[in-house]
Structures are given as structure tokens and as C-alpha cells.
Design a protein around this ligand. Structure first.
Ligand SMILES: [Zn+2]
Length: 452
């Protein structure tokens, strides 16, 4: 274990070697870059490159397919990041969304009180005098309109959930759902973390995938168990389930409105940390917004002829943490032919940035290059496909393995004779001949294979 630092982020102890390799691979191959890198960066921000955005979009698409499209009881929305500040007053964020912070009296560095021993030396300057703990609100403030006064002060949302609660009545009125039903949303959220760090694990700008699932008050416990199972299925699809452990949060440590909370912790290279969460938020949010807005947020139960305020069970997923968990879980090193090491990113095929790479065996034989170009143009209409004609075939295989491409297609001399190509599998290195006319069908079948 060595000290490892990223940009201006605070020093963190982690399994340096593996984490450094993942960060380095992410930069070198176009997955993830430092935010504002040419200006020395901006702490707690990261930019997704060409391969990273494909991986991230695939995660979001798979999530939406599984939790929205494949079901009949979940309604998707995309609510605004900027909301009336009364939303955050009602939700309790203005008053309570804060961390206790202490400042070093000598160098004024600020630390989370729960992360530092008050008797310890300042990690920045070594002084041993801290202020007492003070609350620091983690919401980003900004102003709506030209006047920068307190009346115009609004916040960048610190979670997507409140956009779902504030649209509860709109969903009831427009979609006429039957209880139980859910509202799902994927979107950005912002938290002014004092100590961002561990690459894309704790950042100031991040993306969430959240479901607010509304049930009859007496049915929340069953709904909780059900959603725990659905989350387990999701983690199995990602191939990360074996690295996740579930942690029941004790009553005293839960949010005051929570009836039950289970955290899903992942074995990251820097230690075991929260990946996902599942909470029963009771009827707290709907009641708070009813009280604060004067608009009744309730469900009319036709059978019982009465209005009820549903309980909500909330499965919540971080997009960026999912990407990091995928990189960490599927990063592997294998021996190359010369006894050295090479990297294989064993992503589930559905999530890989490219599904297929097309290689002409040689770059100087026009018929082969032309044939390969034809296959490339035709395949990429339906399937994310890469092209590579540099270096020898072995090197091209390794380069695709490193970014997780599940299949490589080589167009060679035999292709010109019988219209077949070599398809090589990333994980087994097995090769088989497939007719060019069958390729789209072949990959479709492979991609539909259940991953778990
Ligand atoms: Zn100090």
C-alpha cells in the first residue's frame, strides 16, 4: 500500500498498483480524462472520452431496458436540474444536507469531521489546532435571472429523487397508474464534496439512476424485499455480484424518515465502499411536499374508495460508480506469448464500447481492404464496430482486448475465395470461420445470450 494522489484530490490509501493501472488505461484508451485537464484540472470532475461515453451510455440503456421498458409499472421522466428552492426546503436539504466540517486554524484547510481525528496533526501543514465542527451545506448554489440576491438563489439538484416526487401528481393525472407503480429517472446531480477522490468514485458532478416505487403503506416491506432481488439481478447482469456485499443500516444510522436501508458495498481497489442503496423513505417526501406546496400528493384507491399517501421504496444507483465497478471487476491481466503481461477488459459484451473490430489481414492488398471495408460499413449500421489496420494481427487483438471488444473479425485471403472470415473470441481466444452474410445474425445471437 502506497500513497496515491489524483490531481488536487486528497491523498488516499488504496491498492495503488491496480487502481493506477485502471486510471492509466482509462486515460490512455479514451475512457476517462481529468476534467479541465489543460488548465491543471478541476478537483472532483472527470470527462468521459469516446470509449467511456459508449460504456456509460450502454450502462444507462441496459438499466432503462431492464427497469423501465421490460416492465409495465415504471414510468420514466427527465426532470429539470434547476428546481424551485422550495423543493429543497420541503425535502429538508436546505436545513440538513450538510457534513460537519472542521478547519485547520493554521492553514485553513477544511476536512470532514468524521474523516479526521481532532487530536491528529493537520494532513496539510502538520499543525494540531482545529476549529470545532460546523455544518457545511453540500448543495451548489447559483442564481436564476440577472439579480444575484437571496430571492434569486437556487440550487443544482443534489439528487434526482425530488424531481420524481414533485411530478407525482403529473404522473397520476397523465398516466393513470395503478398502485404499486414507480417513477424512474436518470440524470445529473451535484454535491459540493469537501474531499472528492478515488477517481470517479466521489465527484462533485455525477449521474444517478433512481426509482421511486410507490406502494400501499402496508406493503412496503414486501416491496423492499422484491427490489432487493431486482437489484441483485442487475448486479448479476453486470458480472459484479460476487464483489458486492449487502449491509443493513442500523436504525440510529439511517436517515430519520427511513424505515429500512440496505447498502450494497463493492470491493473497490481502494477498499469496500458504497455502490448502490435501497431505502424505504416511508411517506415522508409526499407528505412534506403536500404540506409545503398546498397540492395534495395522494393516490385514490378505487376499490377502497379512499385516498392514501403511498410509501416509497427507493433503489438508487450511481452511474459513475457503476462504470468504476465494471472497470475494477473486469480488469484482468493475462500472460502474453512472450511471458509478459497484457490487459484484458472482460466487460459483458452488451456493455463493451465496441462489440466487434474488423481487421484486414494485410493493408497492402486492395481486394482484402475493400472487402473488410464493406463488412465494416454494413456491420456498424447495427452493431458498434471498430476498424483497425495498423500493425500485426496479434497486436490488434491485444489492443481490442484492452478496451473490452468481445469479437475480432479478420478478413484474409480465404475470404476472397469462400466469403468467410475469422471470428476470434476475446475471452477464450478461440477462432472460427463465419460466412460474411451471417455476421450480423451471429453477433446478434451472441449479444442476446444471457450474461449471468
Ligand atoms: Zn493545516
Amino acid at each position: 500500500m502506497l500513497k496515491f494522489s489524483l490531481l488536487h484530490d486528497k491523498l488516499t490509501y488504496m491498492e495503488t498498483d491496480r487502481m493506477e493501472k485502471i486510471v492509466s488505461l482509462a486515460k490512455r484508451r479514451g475512457f476517462i480524462f481529468q476534467g479541465s485537464e489543460i488548465y491543471g484540472g478541476l478537483a472532483g470532475t472527470w470527462d468521459y472520452g469516446p470509449l467511456g461515453v459508449e460504456l456509460k451510455n450502454n450502462v444507462k440503456e441496459l438499466w432503462w431496458d431492464f427497469f423501465v421498458h421490460a416492465r409495465g409499472d415504471i414510468y420514466g421522466i427527465d426532470s429539470a436540474i434547476l428546481m424551485n428552492r422550495k423543493v429543497w426546503e420541503a425535502s429538508g436539504h436546505v436545513e440538513n444536507f450538510s457534513d460537519p466540517m472542521i478547519d485547520c486554524k493554521k492553514c485553513q484547510s477544511r476536512f470532514r469531521a468524521d474523516k479526521i481525528d481532532i487530536n491528529a496533526a493537520c494532513p496539510e501543514c502538520g499543525a494540531r489546532e482545529f476549529t470545532s465542527a460546523r455544518a457545511f451545506n453540500m448543495m451548489f448554489k447559483t442564481y436564476a435571472g440577472p439579480v444575484e440576491d437571496s430571492a434569486a438563489e437556487i440550487f443544482l439538484r443534489p439528487e434526482t429523487a425530488q424531481g420524481s416526487f414533485s411530478n407525482f401528481k403529473n404522473i397520476i393525472d397523465s398516466m393513470r397508474p395503478k398502485l404499486p407503480f414507480g417513477i424512474a429517472q436518470i440524470g445529473k446531480a451535484f454535491r459540493n464534496e469537501i474531499t472528492p477522490g478515488n477517481f470517479i468514485f466521489r465527484t462533485r458532478e455525477f449521474e444517478q439512476m433512481e426509482i421511486e416505487y410507490f406502494t400501499a403503506p402496508g406493503a412496503w416491506a414486501d416491496a423492499f424485499d422484491y427490489w432487493r432481488g431486482e437489484m441483485q439481478k442487475w448486479m448479476a447482469m453486470l458480472g459484479i455480484a460476487s464483489l458486492v456485499s449487502e449491509r443493513e443500516i442500523a436504525e440510529g444510522e439511517r436517515a430519520h424518515y427511513s424505515k429500512r436501508t440496505v447498502d450494497f458495498d463493492f470491493e473497490f481497489p481502494f477498499g469496500r465502499e458504497e455502490l448502490y442503496g435501497l431505502a424505504c423513505r416511508s411517506d415522508f417526501d409526499l407528505k412534506q411536499h403536500t404540506m409545503a406546496s398546498g397540492v395534495e400528493l395522494a393516490y385514490y384507491d378505487e376499490a377502497a374508495k379512499e385516498k392514501i399517501v403511498p410509501f416509497v421504496v427507493e433503489p438508487t444507483f450511481g452511474v459513475d460508480r457503476t462504470v468504476l465497478a465494471l472497470l475494477a471487476a473486469h480488469y484482468s491481466e493475462e500472460e502474453d506469448k512472450k511471458g509478459g503481461k497484457r490487459t484484458v477488459l472482460k466487460l459483458p459484451p452488451q456493455l463493451a464500447p465496441y462489440k466487434v473490430a474488423i481487421f484486414p489481414l494485410v493493408a497492402n492488398k486492395p481486394q482484402i481492404v475493400e472487402k473488410a471495408r464493406d463488412i465494416y460499413s454494413s456491420l456498424k449500421k447495427n452493431i458498434s464496430t471498430a476498424w483497425d489496420d495498423r500493425g500485426n494481427i496479434g497486436k490488434r487483438y491485444y489492443a481490442q482486448d484492452e478496451i473490452g471488444t468481445p469479437w475480432c473479425v479478420t478478413v484474409d485471403y480465404q475470404t476472397l475465395e469462400d466469403n468467410t472470415v475469422t471470428v476470434r473470441d476475446r475471452d477464450t481466444a478461440e477462432q472460427k470461420r463465419v460466412a460474411t452474410g451471417e455476421l450480423t445474425h451471429f453477433f446478434r445471437e451472441e449479444l442476446n445470450r444471457p450474461t449471468a
